[in-house]
Design a protein around this ligand. Sequence first.
Ligand code: 1CP
Length: 352
Amino acid sequence: MSAAPTKPLLLRTLACEDTAGATPIWVMRQAGRYLPEYRELRQKAGSFLALCRDPALASEVTLQPIRRFGFDAAIIFSDILLVPDALGLELGFVDGEGPVLGRPLRTAAAVAALPSFDPARLAHLDEAIARTRAELPAATALIGFTGGAFTLACYMVDGRGGDFWQARRMLHAEPDLFQRIIDANATAIASSLAAQAAAGCDVLMVFDSWAGLAPRGREEELLLNPLRAVMAQLRAAGVAQPVIAFLRNASHLAAAAAATGVACLGVDWQSDLGALSRELGGRVALQGNLDPAVLLTDPATVAREAQRVLAAYAAPAGHVFNLGHGVDKETPVANMEALVAAVREGSGAARG
Ligand code: 1CP
């Protein structure tokens, strides 16, 4: 009798299965500017957006950190702002500043004119996913992603990152208008995630990175209902992949978010992983939460702090090691190597 094919460690962990102490590791923004091979390819491509839109290059950039560090998951190289771009908001990238939407949503007329999301506009992403899945080892999971409805709305109204004053003004002054954007986003998110699943992603992640900016008392309408809507639309469409939700700086919502049907919650580095794992462990997996600044120190400090995170997690299963936010571009490669080694040693020999 042949052995059953081994389910990737990340998938077993997301299902809160017993992994005999083995903890999977991947890192948010693991493909990016701290890697010399990324900088080289980005220069060749000419721009960040050219990299995203070329399936062969996007796939290559996705695979770079897997070859170098052997992470348990790859995350497809793309950006949360490609969905607003596909909705006609005209994404550009200003060197030294970052992504900018050329046609931000400021008026009722602009919101009314928003088209429905057509996943065919991101066909290059599907192709990058298919190519990447074909290249990846079977044990390495592939993650597809979008932004969360609120985070996307923040960028769509302001047009760029920062304090999102225009979006925050609109949600108080014109709550119905802001809500229309949120609702449209939830549908677009579900549609994009379903397309990414169909193209070959094993896991789906929603980055609601600016969840912490939602005013207290408005979390249901701005954060939780849209997440529930995304989950309902995915499941209605027959998409069975586990979903990781990252509501950054909103750990007061963790119990409610855990009840939406997601498999896992991302935990930012300001939150208490130990307390959350005692409260929610077994019900959902938790992903996190090393402070990315630790990766700017030295290998010994990295190893010590990685152990601290591993030790903080208090449930018997369901810990996905990650940072509490994305890796910084000044991170030395040697520190990332030290992190992976520390997590592999610290989480026991029993892997695979
Ligand atoms: O080369 C460069 O200068 C581009 C930098 C860069 C990269 C590497 C951007 C611009 N996006 C990305 C890729 C990216 N973005 C990934 C790839 C996969 C991986 O993790 O390796 C992912 C998952 C994202 C997601 C993303 N984009 C988020 C959510 C996660 C987070 O960090 O909070 C957000 C908020 C964005 C918007 C965005 N895209 C890029 C930048 C610099 C920003 C932030 C803009 C701002 O707020 O000012």
